[in-house]
Each structure stands twice: as structure tokens, then as C-alpha cells.
Design a protein around this ligand. Structure first.
Ligand code: SDX
Length: 447
């Protein structure tokens, strides 16, 4: 954990009749934050325009565009320069060196890339915990057909912990217990994801195969049927490993902040992760990968054109899915890697590429358009990821589920960091009340 003591200097705030000093917090890469933890105490009773403010003033930052919620050692992003690192390693290196997703998940969760022995032990744990309790079959059987796989995933992750009550009480400071819980969650989320797909398309559930590694096992559960075995190609396995690696963590985004907020009430790992899945589902967040492919398909069916879409975005009738980012004001480094991979993948898998062509046209027009230039809107991770998943054969309604499977690594690490932060308090923002001033009930009107 980083010590919260490195104030190199301070900021001065003049407010009403008072001048106060606010310490600065400096991160490893020189990021600077103004520490306002004592702001209310320091401004208690300050006189503003002749009025005393009891309790002091607070900061106001809806959407947290300028607010740091924690210190974290997991992921570093420099959005101005388009840099993303997990535990100090550049995302492009982790993608290039051909690490498997589970290696990267271990890096994110435990802080270091695994040794061969650590990898083998963790893989054994994943294998031993890949089955769901057989009673969970009833849970899947009770769901309506064609249910949203993200809703199923969120409910099933929470439900699966009911069959392992010890998981609902793990001590994040106990390395053995935490490692087991992390392995169970990573392994079971993959089984649940595949089961939810089988449920949605009315095929029999396929059990995991202990002979297969993480990604191959997932593809087996998704695509094999009892009378037809399925063999994933090396190309598909590599592409899916890359997809999962690139989505594994992204510091304090909406779903991860949700996981940390829920965890801050001391909620257990499974309940916190389940809430993260719900947050990820929205179209402004992980759900954008579905919106992108739906949009590109509309263009390919000639129901709209790329120019019309750009026009709608500029007139603020739509937010162009897969474009823009809270942090990146340059090309999202993940989008660049995925775009390059898609180019290769479509060739290797002999897929025709109408959606990729349309996406590239859309990008080209957007990147030379004054509106997009002025607002620094570039493709984000979701812009090309759906095309990549589609090439592997993953159906559109499973795209956000794939994102959630990958992000589980980040959520597990971030949940633990939240739980182990010394002095961490329950997350509880304040508000500025703008409703009616105190009023009295008119008893004459009756009830
Ligand atoms: C993810 O945060 C993360 O790290 C998330 C993520 C992760 O790995 O966890 O990276 C994954 O969620 C990627 C983003 C997926 N969402 C989309 O692709 C949906 C489309 N994008 C936008 O809605 C938007 O860009 C967000 C949600 C991604 C970011 O929103 P912000 O930071 O709140 O920015 P904003 O909506 O306030 O936009 C700023 C300006 C606005 O114009 P003005 O009011 O200043 O005139 O840019 C415009 C917006 O109208 N704008 C867009 C646009 N995105 C922003 N205009 C057209 N099309 C867009 N896509």
C-alpha cells in the first residue's frame, strides 16, 4: 500500500474570511491531487457574504470528473499520452509477449507475473473450482428463454457464492483464503458465462473439460454440443486471450468504482463483483461494444450511412458508440492493438470484413472532422472489440459478458485493495440540496 503521507507542498484556498492550506498528494508518475479530507473541518463556521457556514464547505464534482477516490497500485493511465500499464508493465508489451490472460490476471491480482510453479498451482485451483454446484442447474432452468446474459451473469455470480458460504466471509488479508476465492470467482464466472449462452440458445449445458486451459475451456463450453465436438483454432485462442488481457483492468472506471464502493461497506467479494457486472452492462460503459456492432450492421444493411451517423453525433442526437473516453484524449492504446489484431485475424480466419471496412470509414471521417478533433474524440476499446469477437464466433449478446469475464481480474484486485487500505471509510458522498426550503403542512387541506 502507498503511504498517504507524501505531501510535498500545499495549495492555498481563500474562501470568505478564511485562507486555508490544503496538502498535495503526489503519485508515482507525478500526478498531483489536492487533499481535501480536512476541508469541512478547516472551513467550519467560515463567513461567506456575511453568512456563517455551519459544518464547513464541501467540493462539488458530479460524475467525479476531477475527483480521486483512492490511491491505487494496480493500473496506471495517462490519458493525455495514451499510456496504460498494469502493475508498471506497458499494455503493448503484455499483449506483444503473448502472455496468456491468466498470467495477466495473476499480475493484476497478486502484483507480479507468475513463475512457472505459481502459474501451475493457480491453474490447478482454476480447474478444481470450475464446476458450479449441480443445484445451480435449477437456477438456469428457471430463467426465461432469451434472457439478457449480463442480467443472468450478475445474478448467477451472487447465487454461486450461496453454495460456498465460506466465500462470503473470506478475509482479504489471508493470502490462502483470498487466492482460493479469486480462483473460484475467475473460474466460475467463465462457466456461468458459457451456461448463460447455452440457456439463451436452448442448447444443453456443456460441462467444463479439466484437460483444457482457461480460454479453450470457455470456447468448449460455448460451442461444443453433445453430438459434435469443438476444437478452437490457435488463432481464435490467441485472439480471445488478447481480448481478455486488454480488458482486464482500467483503474477507477464506473464498474470498478461500483465494486469498490460496494466493497467499502464490507460487502463480500461475490456481492461486490456482481454489482460491478450490473454497472458494466450500460451502453455508456461495457455495453458500448454491442451498440457499436449494431450500429455498423445498420450501415451494412443500408438503413443509415456513416455520414448520417457523424451528423447525428455532431448535432448531439446520439453519442457515437465506441468513441470518446473520460481519460483518453488520444487514441485508446487498447483500441489500437485490437484494430491491428482484427486486420490480421480476419485474414487468418478467412472472414469477409464488411463491418471492419465500415468501422474504418467511420473512424477516418471522425478523426478528420472539426467536431471530433475539437472534443478530442477517438475510438475507445469498444470500437473494434466487437468485430474481433464476432470473427472468433462470439455472438453479439455475449460481447459485454466477455468484457465482464476479463474485468473480473481487475475487480478482484481492486476489491482487495479497497478492503486492505488502512483507514478506508465507507464511501459516502455528500450533496448540495436544491429542493424546497423547510415548509409546514397545511392541516386545513385534510389528508
Ligand atoms: C468504457 O472509464 C473507463 O475506463 C471505461 C472503459 C473501461 O475499460 O472500463 O474504458 C470502458 O466504458 C469505454 C467507453 C464506452 N462508451 C462509449 O463508447 C459510449 C460513447 N461515448 C460517450 O458517451 C462518452 O465519450 C463516454 C461515456 C465514454 C465519456 O463520457 P464523459 O467523459 O462524461 O464525456 P462527455 O459525455 O461529457 O463528453 C464530453 C463532450 C460532450 O460535448 P460538450 O457537452 O462538451 O459539447 O464530448 C461529446 C459530448 O457531447 N462526446 C461525444 C461523444 N463522447 C463525448 N459526442 C459524440 N459522440 C461521442 N461518442
Amino acid at each position: 500500500m502507498v503511504n498517504f503521507t507524501q505531501e510535498t507542498t500545499s495549495a492555498t484556498l481563500t474562501i470568505g474570511d478564511r485562507v486555508i492550506e490544503l496538502p498535495l498528494v503526489v503519485g508515482t508518475e507525478g500526478e498531483v491531487a489536492i487533499d481535501i479530507r480536512q476541508l469541512r473541518q478547516q472551513t467550519d463556521g467560515v463567513a461567506i457574504n456575511g453568512n456563517l457556514v455551519p459544518g464547513g464547505v464541501i467540493s462539488f464534482d458530479p460524475g467525479y470528473k476531477n475527483t480521486g477516490s483512492c490511491q491505487s497500485e494496480i493500473t496506471y493511465i495517462n490519458g493525455e499520452e495514451g499510456i496504460l500499464r498494469y502493475r508498471g508493465y506497458n499494455i503493448a508489451d503484455l499483449a506483444k509477449k503473448g502472455y496468456r490472460f491468466i498470467d495477466v490476471a495473476m499480475l493484476i491480482i497478486f502484483g507480479e507475473l507468475p513463475t512457472a510453479a505459481e502459474r501451475a498451482n493457480f491453474r490447478d485451483l482454476l480447474t478444481h473450482n470450475e464446476l458450479l454446484d449441480e443445484d445451480m442447474r435449477k437456477f438456469f432452468d428457471s430463467l426465461p428463454p432469451h434472457g439478457d446474459p449480463m442480467a443472468i451473469l450478475s445474478a448467477a455470480v451472487q447465487c454461486s457464492s450461496l453454495y460456498n458460504p465460506e466465500l462470503r466471509a473470506i478475509d482479504p488479508a489471508d493470502p490462502e483464503g483470498f487466492t482460493l476465492a479469486a480462483a473460484k470467482l475467475l473460474s466460475k464466472v467463465r462457466t456461468i458465462a458459457a451456461f448463460s449462452y447455452k440457456k439463451a440458445i436452448g442448447q444443453p449445458i456443456r460441462y467444463p473439460n479439466p484437460e483444457l486451459d482457461y480460454v479453450r475451456n470457455f470456447l468448449h463450453m460455448m460451442f461444443s454440443i453433445p453430438n459434435k465436438p469443438y476444437h478452437a483454432s490457435e488463432t481464435e485462442v490467441d485472439a480471445l486471450n488478447l481480448f481478455l488481457t486488454l480488458h482486464a483492468d482500467h483503474e477507477q472506471n464506473c464498474s470498478t468504482s461500483t465494486v469498490r464502493m460496494v466493497g467499502s461497506s464490507k460487502a463480500n467479494l461475490f456481492d461486490s463483483a456482481s454489482s460491478g457486472i450490473s454497472a458494466l452492462a450500460g451502453p455508456l460503459h461495457g455495453g458500448a461494444n454491442i451498440a457499436v456492432v449494431n450500429m455498423l450492421e445498420k450501415v451494412s444493411r443500408e438503413e443509415t450511412t456513416v455520414n448520417e451517423l457523424i451528423g447525428l453525433a455532431k448535432s448531439k442526437k446520439i453519442k457515437l458508440p465506441g468513441f470518446g473516453h473520460r481519460l483518453y484524449k488520444k487514441y485508446d492504446p487498447r483500441a489500437r492493438i485490437i484494430k491491428q489484431k482484427v486486420d490480421k485475424l480476419l485474414g487468418e480466419l478467412n472472414h469477409d470484413a464488411p463491418l471492419f471496412t465500415i468501422a474504418q470509414q467511420l473512424e477516418e471521417i471522425a478523426l478528420t472532422d472539426d467536431y471530433f478533433i475539437a472534443k478530442r474524440l477517438y475510438p475507445n476499446v469498444d470500437f473494434y472489440s466487437g468485430i474481433m469477437l464476432r470473427a472468433i464466433g462470439i455472438p453479439v449478446n455475449m460481447f459485454t459478458v466477455m468484457f465482464a469475464m476479463a474485468r473480473m481480474a481487475g475487480w478482484i484486485a481492486q476489491w482487495r485493495e479497497e478492503m486492505l487500505t488502512p483507514g478506508a471509510a465507507i464511501q459516502r458522498p455528500r450533496q448540495v440540496y436544491t429542493g424546497a426550503p423547510e415548509r409546514t403542512i397545511d392541516w386545513e387541506m385534510g389528508i
